[in-house]
Structure formats: C-alpha cells, structure tokens
Design a protein around this ligand. Structure first.
Ligand code: 5GP
Ligand code: ZN
Length: 113
C-alpha cells in the first residue's frame, strides 16, 4: 500500500534490521527498542490492524505466530517473552500496518495484562 511505512520497509524502500523473512512474514528490529530484544513481526500483505483479521486472511496472522516462535528461539528467548499488538488509536497503534511486537531479553513487569 502506498505511503505505508511498513509496506516500504518490506519492499526494502526504507532500510531496516531484518531478522526474519519468508513468503508471508517480514520481521525487523524496532527503531526504538523497549527491551533488549524488541522485534516487529508483520504480515507481507497490508492489513491496517488486528481489527481487519477475518477467516479469509487469518493465515497471514497464523504465519506471523509461526515466525514469532521461530524468531524467539533464534534470539535465545528460552525463558519467555511477551507478544504485543496495539490495535487502533485507543490501543496505542501508531503505524497502521498490522504488527506484533516481540519484547524480551529481560524479566518484564507483570502489571500490564
Ligand atoms: P505501534 O505503536 O504502532 O504498536 O508500534 C509501532 C512501532 O514501530 C514502534 O515501536 C516504533 O518504535 C516502530 N517504528 C516506527 N517507525 C519505525 C521505523 O522506521 N523503523 C523501525 N524499525 N521501527 C519503527
Ligand atoms: Zn502496509
């Protein structure tokens, strides 16, 4: 999609630190990490947010989660990690291309959810 930051990153038009890519998924390090490991996992198809997930496109989400498990192992997150999706304005989403944050490498606060 035109003018979507993450579509441009997937296309290589904007540089990123890629950690994983397959037919369905692209993953790269967050530019403003909130923990020692902070990776963004995005479907290659453009969906604005989790609110657009349907039975027809859910395979793209499943592929993100397969990638998340694989990336977590590759990053050595053997003791756990958190997967976060911010959805929409009230959910704190700032980039309107569906993405999942992998946050880890440290013991996280138990106060959020
Ligand atoms: P959101 O707030 O939408 O859930 O998350 C967007 C994330 O994208 C933020 O954590 C932000 O740091 C990250 N981000 C924004 N612009 C860029 C960029 O140009 N490159 C990378 N690697 N991350 C970005
Ligand atoms: Zn996009």
């Amino acid at each position: 999609m035109e003018n979507c930051l993450f579509c441009k990153i997937i296309a290589g038009e904007i540089p990123s630190t890629k950690v994983y890519e397959d037919e369905y998924v692209f993953a790269f390090r967050d530019i403003n990490p909130q923990a020692p490991v902070h990776i963004l996992v995005v479907p290659k198809v453009h969906l604005d947010s989790a609110d657009q997930i349907t039975e027809e496109n859910a395979v793209h989400v499943a592929k993100c989660f397969e990638a998340i498990a694989r990336i977590a192992k590759a990053e050595g997150l053997t003791n756990g990690y958190r997967v976060i999706n911010n959805c929409g304005a009230d959910g704190g989403q700032t980039v309107m291309h569906l993405h999942f944050h992998i946050i880890g490498g440290v013991k996280l606060s138990e106060k959020i959810v």
